[in-house]
Write a protein that binds this ligand. Structure first.
Ligand SMILES: Cc1cc2nc3c(=O)[nH]c(=O)nc-3n(C[C@H](O)[C@H](O)[C@H](O)COP(=O)(O)OP(=O)(O)OC[C@H]3O[C@@H](n4cnc5c(N)ncnc54)[C@H](O)[C@@H]3O)c2cc1C
Length: 496
């Protein structure tokens, strides 16, 4: 089949999946008005892959001459990673900063198991790399939308998976091994757009120890597999919300669902890790490497929109030339461009391992970039909220604006600068409200890993000896020259 049409994609979701939303079972996600928002956003992937203007970027021809999604190809060169960035940028620009989700998150999971599976095979003689490749072909040939299930519900965060007290299913685990496969139970949570995907890749979210071996499990299966229940994230919108009041949240309901696995059968050929506990952390870490790059790429697109909203809000309020506003706008430009530049640097300095023909983003730079944008997000929202004024949360709804009894009053009293219309000012106010919602705040902090996760990686990756060598040399402490970077440098200050 290769590239699907949007219609074929939507039809493929009518597969008996078990989905709950707002207290009710959703018998058909394609017929539900709120689920439809997610489906339509995911469908953008299919709309664009069928559009000749974007096909060269978004698709490749496979060995059979069939068009397949580039996002599903393994990344073998810096150019592949650069192209992947352009793909994510395009998806994000089209969808108001939120890349369409058919492959966006899970491609990073596929990349992670692609890198780690051969390492496990080398040590244990397993067949996981072949399983991953067969799965990749299955995804490509059927152009499937797939989700990434990394984050477990986790229970008591102070306890490892096998130490949990209330029950043993806080992390997805193997409950039974059979000759033809395994049975798994447990739950993954915050899994973006899963109810609008065909398949899910499941992998461990943390490093494991020997006692946690049952939790060191990775696989890929259809989301209508018996035993899977999806409970949707509480939506910000209702069926009758409109785009004027919710320009982003009515267009993009990411639906980060909780997915319960109740004795789900996974056939042998879909298993990518089965008890090799010392590789669990490697899968999680490699997913994070790729996904932080994806995150900073789309975030730069979202920040472009965000900074644009701040400038326009300032203009519509007539304050764009005020000193404190200019200062905040300048800061927003620096923030936006720094995220773009750091993301690019992570690709320019990508890493290739000895014995592997794959590349991945530079982990140090990718982690710094993710931390930088997440850590500064609330500063950015503080600035845009300050510039916008209280109207961001107190403006009446679109229904009041279009009600003949209140329309003229709103036209008159909600006007700002005469250089724009009341309607434009209200539209920008609603955009800023959506951009600075609690959902956006928490997404920026936690999606793609919490702040501490990046710090942990940065501390582990830091070249402490280089830093120490530079300081020892300047302080005149012996031993700095043992570091090759400082060995043999000219004496300074010179003895002239
Ligand atoms: C909008 C959104 C979309 C997402 N999409 C996906 C997705 O598609 N797929 C997916 O797999 N995941 C997804 N995630 C999950 C995301 O990766 C996690 O939210 C993130 O890793 C944090 O985990 P948590 O939410 O369980 O928070 P917690 O782990 O509960 O963290 C809360 C706080 O506790 C701290 N903490 C937790 N454990 C420890 C510890 N042992 N030691 C010290 N401090 C600790 C954390 O650092 C943090 O400060 C998404 C999240 C969001 C918000």
């Amino acid at each position: 089949m290769a590239i699907k049409t949007p219609r074929q994609y939507l039809e493929s979701l009518k597969d008996g999946r078990v989905v709950y939303l707002n207290g009710e079972r959703v018998p058909d996600v394609t017929a539900h008005p709120v689920c439809k928002v997610t489906n339509d956003w995911v469908a953008i992937d299919y709309i664009m892959s069928n559009d000749p203007r974007y096909q060269d970027l978004l698709t490749d021809l496979d060995e059979d001459g069939e068009r397949v999604s580039f996002a599903l190809q393994p990344q073998r060169t810096r150019e592949d990673l650069l192209r992947l960035r352009e793909v994510v940028k395009l998806w994000a620009r089209v969808c108001f900063g939120k890349p369409s989700g058919a492959k966006f998150v899970a491609k990073d999971g596929l990349n992670a198991v692609t890198v780690v599976a051969p390492r496990v095979d080398n040590k244990y003689g397993t067949n996981y790399a072949a399983n991953v490749e067969a799965y990749r072909r299955h995804l490509q040939k059927n152009d499937l939308a797939f989700a990434m299930g990394l984050t477990d519900v986790k229970g008591d965060r102070n306890l490892r998976p096998s130490q949990q007290v209330q029950h043993k299913d806080f992390y997805v685990r193997i409950v039974e091994e059979r000759s033809d496969g395994i049975i798994v139970s447990g739950a993954k949570t915050h899994i973006s757009q899963a109810p609008a995907c065909n398949e899910i890749i499941v992998a461990p979210c943390r490093a494991m120890q020997k006692e946690d071996a049952a939790y060191a499990v990775a696989f890929g299966i259809p989301l209508n597999t018996p035993g899977i229940t999806m409970i949707c994230a509480q939506p910000e919108i209702t069926a009758d919300s409109d785009l004027f009041d919710h320009p982003i949240s009515k267009a993009v309901y990411i639906n980060d669902a909780t997915i319960i696995f109740d004795n789900v059968f996974i056939p042998n050929e879909r298993i990518f890790l089965k008890g090799e506990w010392e590789f669990a952390g490697q899968v999680a870490y490699m997913f994070a490497n790729f996904h932080r790059l994806s995150a900073e790429t789309y975030k730069a697109m979202e920040l472009e929109l965000f900074t644009g909203a701040a400038v326009l809000m300032a203009e519509y309020n007539g304050v764009e030339k005020k000193a404190h506003v200019r200062e905040k706008l300048t800061w927003l430009v620096m923030y936006t461009e720094a995220v773009e530049t750091l993301g690019l640097a992570a690709v320019e300095h990508c890493v290739s391992e000895r014995g592997s023909d794959l590349v991945y983003p530079n982990p140090m730079i990718a982690n710094i970039c993710k931390f930088y944008f997440a850590d500064n997000w609330h500063q950015a929202t503080k600035y845009i909220q300050d510039i916008g004024g209280g109207i961001i949360v107190t403006a009446p709804s679109y229904k009041d604006y279009t009600n003949p009894e209140t329309h003229a009053l709103m036209e008159k009293y909600f006007a700002g600068s005469a250089r724009t219309s009341t309607e434009n000012r209200l539209r920008m106010v609603k955009l800023v409200r959506d951009l600075t919602s609690c959902y956006e705040d928490v997404l920026t902090i936690h999606a793609e890993g919490s702040l501490e996760a990046q710090k942990l990686s940065i501390v582990q990756l830091a070249d402490w000896e280089r830093y120490k060598g530079a300081a020892m040399r300047a302080a005149g402490i012996a031993g700095a020259g043992e570091n090759p970077l400082f060995d043999g440098l000219p004496q300074f200050p010179p003895a002239l």
